[in-house]
Design a protein around this ligand. Sequence first.
Ligand code: GLN
Length: 530
Amino acid sequence: MKFVVVTGGVLSGLGKGISTSSIGVLLKSRGLNISPVKIDPYLNVDAGTMNPYQHGEVFVLDDGAEVDLDLGNYERFLDMNLTGEHNITTGKVYRAVIEKERRGDYLGKTVQIIPHVTDQIKEMVRAVGSKEKADIVLIEVGGTVGDIEGMPFVEALRQLALEEGKENVLFVHTTLVPIMGAVGEQKTKPTQQSVRELRSMGVQPSAIIARGERSLEPEIKQKIAFFCDVPVEGVISAPDATTIYDVPLIFDGQGLTDYILERLHLQPKGEDLKEWRAYLERLKNPKGEVTIALVGKYTHLKDSYISHIEAFHHAAAAAGVHVTIKWVESMDIEKRGTSMLEGVGGILVPGGFGDRGIEGKIKAIEFARENEIPFQGVCLGFQLATVEFARHALGFDDANSTEFNPKTKAPVIDLLPEQRGVKSMGATMRLGAHLVDVDADSKTAKLYAEEPVKERHRHRYEVNPEYIAKLEAAGLRYVGRSDGARRMEVLELRGHPYFVASQFHPELKSRPLRPSPLHLGLVQAAAKSK
Ligand code: GLN
């Protein structure tokens, strides 16, 4: 088993996750079995309790693990389903060490960061690879080298390289090469300094990925190679790309794949990026254009909706159109009305928590329903489509979810029965992939074609069964159900061109070559309605 470790320098937000995913794609394209691992040096056990506004979307895996959004990038790029073990946090590491200490596993010893915490980290990293019989464990270290939180991880990976042998562990460092001044000179000093920081921890990178507006000038590559003690073939430009799905090809074009394989003494096998190139071809040659309004409340941080953005890219390529997302803050609809929705081809109301912006989302749904604009609701969007219909089609004026109004006279959305006793907030929602039965004569069934509908969930509330008969009599159809038809999972509106909402999150399983069926349905309906 070999290990490739990706660290980050200079500043955050350089696209380390995309670089890591791209390296994964390239190694996989040579027939190798890749196991990606994201290290997050925060004390939270998982990302489930973190605010999307600060940290971006919480991604959910089949097994119900709530993880960093980079796991979503790995799944999309590598087209694989991961488990919670692929996300190692400081919280998980310390919890395991403290449990061992209490059990007496370290009896007599003083428990310390080195070796006990670092041993735990190595154990977790190796365990993922062994379980999956990986050829290469691809590890991304979150944060920036030099952060106090990240130090035990960098130290553990340094020890790993010593134990496994230098030819089995390769470090890739991602940095920034800013362009300064009127002549547009590429500056290497931040890269030199962050590599020096990494070397002071005993880690010598074998490759440097330099982010910047433009490709590195040849002499700048040479300079970085010389100052950072890396062969020039190991210095890779990562210029701004038109789409993130270009990045693997940008790296491969500079010889990164062969370079990594050589360094790890692996025999390069034939390359297979055919499907990847074909996908890019479709993505870049659209035959039409549609605009989808995304009505959310975390719209200032686009990472909060990253899986939807990507699902629309996948759907766009499949539908042969270009999708532009129009970002609409639901509070703005509350203040200024729905005029900003006029002219859009489709409307998406995604998931969310808390009552801020709820009424704006309900207005957007009403607008889509009345004006026959293709509409997709996801999770909270599904719940609010039910609320909107109860209010305006059934005349239950104060209908609501008890999440937002516990005293409503028409609690059409209510807490899941098994949530009633739940006090602790971490990992206690209804989570992960569950099978959904879909009525054969629905739009949803057609979109999923032969596939079983097994989608991922993350919620505490659901449609209150007491109201289903009334809602259905007025024209809403619950066409998808789970758990022996106990829970409502998908709704469609009779007589509307496309009004489909799901309690589950189809965006989480969307892949470049297998787009989310419900996002594709929305994009196709939007393209048709033009
Ligand atoms: N807040 C809602 C619930 O907990 C919706 C959750 C979501 O959109 N992910 O059920």
